[in-house]
Ligand binder design. Structure first.
Ligand SMILES: Cc1cc2nc3c(=O)[nH]c(=O)nc-3n(C[C@H](O)[C@H](O)[C@H](O)COP(=O)(O)O)c2cc1C
Length: 361
């Protein structure tokens, strides 16, 4: 099946069906409320630096689309909203434009609409292995990108009938890519990254990691719907079976931080509160995908509305924990409960450091 047709199927299914994981791991985290924050909400500054640029909030519109004429408008709406809000933006896999250069403008339109914000290109690790590291410069030039995300999606490939289930040689391809001039972000797509893999990535110069953990969009779920539509019952059953597979996002944040990574938290971030919790765990940025898809099919104003609510909830969370800026939020105490606590305990992490009184680092 050609890439651009599959892409449109994915978008349609994500718009029409319930594609999220059943668990909400962020409910395991509770920020410690400050009854007397002693700051003014007006003084709260949520800006930070990302990829050498200032962004007005620690937010990335995560990679979703491009590569089919129908997706250009979605990308432009997302880009206009990113520009208005001063936040970063990722495009979906640029593979379709490599296969069919006529699709390039569905990606390059993004830089035209968002000249002043960090933009992240995107390619699958499997395609990187196939095309070689030279492709990274081509992808970066296509959209004047600040970095390229290389996505890992072996859960999806595993349950997709036409999926590529050969992951051998990927590390070597990544190692090689890390020596080039294009800044790289290694990102999962909803199944998370653990300490052992993060440690290898960091050791090889790939320090910027987007965990994209379990708890939000399930790509196994999306493929289950696609298989059902195609009458492929075996693949549908497999997609359902692996629906909630993966490392939950909060656990993945801690796993990657402990390996020395600079962490983008994504996968099930559904509000500014989830973003605040991720940052209190130590993430530097947060990413959201699915909640912005439907608004992006309508207009950039609809996307801006969602982003404003998100930033407002982040600010309120900071006010109610007495944090004036992102650095202070990274040291805000929080309690880890439930299965996230069990997970982190069993993996040998000291979770008390999050809940006891924390001094500014
Ligand atoms: C419609 C859609 C298309 C996506 N396409 C890509 C993609 O091309 N490349 C990629 O790295 N991630 C892709 N993702 C994954 C997201 O970037 C993100 O990692 C994942 O959906 C988890 O975030 P969420 O729970 O906020 O949706 C896509 C997600 C959605 C919803």
């Amino acid at each position: 099946m050609i890439t651009k047709k599959r892409k449109v199927d994915h978008i349609r299914i994500c718009l029409e069906k319930a594609v999220e994981c059943y668990r909400r791991p962020f409910e395991d985290l509770v920020l410690i409320h400050s009854a007397l924050p002693e700051i003014s909400e007006n003084d709260i500054d949520v800006s930070c630096d990302f990829l050498g640029q200032k962004v007005r909030a620690p937010l990335i519109i995560s990679a979703m689309t491009g590569g089919h004429p129908d997706t250009k408008k979605i990308n432009v709406n997302l880009a206009e909203a990113a520009q208005e809000m001063g936040v970063a933006l990722g495009v979906g896999s640029q593979r379709a434009a490599l296969e069919d250069p006529k699709q390039e403008d569905t990606f390059s339109a993004v830089r035209e609409a968002a000249p002043d914000v960090p933009i992240i290109g995107n390619i699958g690790a499997v395609q990187l292995r196939k095309c070689g590291p030279e492709v990274l410069e081509i992808l970066a030039e296509m959209i004047d990108a600040n970095a390229i995300a290389i996505h890992l999606n072996f859960l999806q490939e595993s349950v997709q009938p036409e999926g590529d289930r050969d992951a051998s040689g990927i590390f070597e391809a990544l190692r090689y890519a890390a020596r080039g001039t294009v800044p790289l972000l290694i990102k999962e797509t909803g199944a998370g990254i653990g300490h052992e893999i993060a440690r290898e990535l960091v050791k090889n110069g790939l320090k910027l990691i987007d965990v994209s953990g379990m708890g939000g969009t399930s790509w196994s779920g999306v493929e289950a719907y696609r298989a059902e539509e195609a009458g492929d019952i075996e693949s549908m059953e497999l997609g359902k079976l692996f629906w909630n597979w993966g490392i939950p996002t909060p656990a993945s944040i801690v796993e990657c931080l402990s390996a020395g990574a600079d962490v983008v938290a994504s996968g099930g971030i559904r509000s500014g509160i989830d973003a605040a919790k991720s940052i209190a765990l130590g993430a530097s940025m947060t990413g959201i995908a699915l909640p912005l898809l439907s608004p992006a099919t309508k207009s950039s104003d609809e996307v801006v509305k969602v982003l404003k609510t998100y930033v407002r909830a982040l600010k309120i969370s900071m006010f109610l924990t007495g944090c004036r800026n992102i650095h202070e939020l990274q040291c805000a105490p929080l309690v880890v409960l439930g299965s996230t606590k069990d997970w982190l305990n069993q993996r040998g992490f000291d979770i008390k450091k999050y809940s006891i009184v924390r001094e500014l680092a």
